[in-house]
Ligand binder design. Sequence first.
Ligand code: NAD
Length: 295
Amino acid sequence: MTARRIDGKAAAAAVRATVARIAADFRQRTGRAPGLATVLVGEDPASAVYVRSKVKATAEAGMEGFSHSLPDTTSEAELLELVERLNADDRVDGILVQLPLPRHIDSDRVIAAIDPAKDVDGFHPINAGRLATGLDGLVPCTPFGCLHLLKAELGDLSGKQAVVIGRSNIVGKPMAMLLLGESATVTIAHSRTEDLAEVVRHADIVVAAVGRPEMVKGDWLKPGAVVIDVGINRVPTADGKSRLVGDVAYDEAAEVAAAITPVPGGVGPMTIAMLLRNTVVAAHRRAGMADPEGL
Ligand code: NAD
């Protein structure tokens, strides 16, 4: 079997086009575009790349961007003050504080300071609690993007066996909650899981969010499984350069799976699309309007 390659770029482009149409409509009705504030603290090169692409995508969707780039000497109090200002700014519908933050700043405290109505990353405990209890809130972008790809691939997920590898608050846990919300039978595996290969072998759906290059092997998979690879790992190549690989050994997995996301070009583009989606939804809710249709 050679798996279908799930085209995250194309799926993301479709979401972004819908968001752009909805943003234009919002602007016409309210006299302003939905606004996203991004906050980058320090010089981490990967974080800078992520924030740049989020800012670019915001503009392309016809939304207003407010970029804040702070030195890594910024104190926690200064960052909290900025968050308060953004909370109070009516032009700002979404606030994204890029993680990781420098070590001297408590990221939990910063996340908790964001107005949950503007928490477009979905990391605030209020939004995590809403997701866990099945209430409407804002859902973390990466797992939300994974769910979008899975539903496009499989339709109804009800009754499917799903294994999520990784239990972070950013990916693994919210992913498991989303799958549970779709009535899948969900197993969360993690660094202490015994015989992971055996756990994965029962899964119709595998979501790998670990951060270990090509850890999930082809012979771990049930034939016909759908595999979503969240991992982004930079590995050195023979010519002294480097390349990106996921948490799944793509070539061997593609021999067994029915469908699989590539890295890059799978989950990554969906994360940004869902951030734009969350921002336009937050704008509607803050304006007292019904959630836009089609997202
Ligand atoms: P994390 O380090 O917070 O969590 C990793 C999880 O993997 C932990 O819960 C840990 O228990 C589990 N784990 C570690 N070793 C394991 C092992 N040997 N077997 C089973 N489980 C193991 O990471 P994260 O923030 O959840 O990110 C995971 C990966 O996803 C990283 O590669 C990250 O770069 C990537 N990521 C991608 C996107 C995207 O947009 N595509 C977004 C966020 C994260």
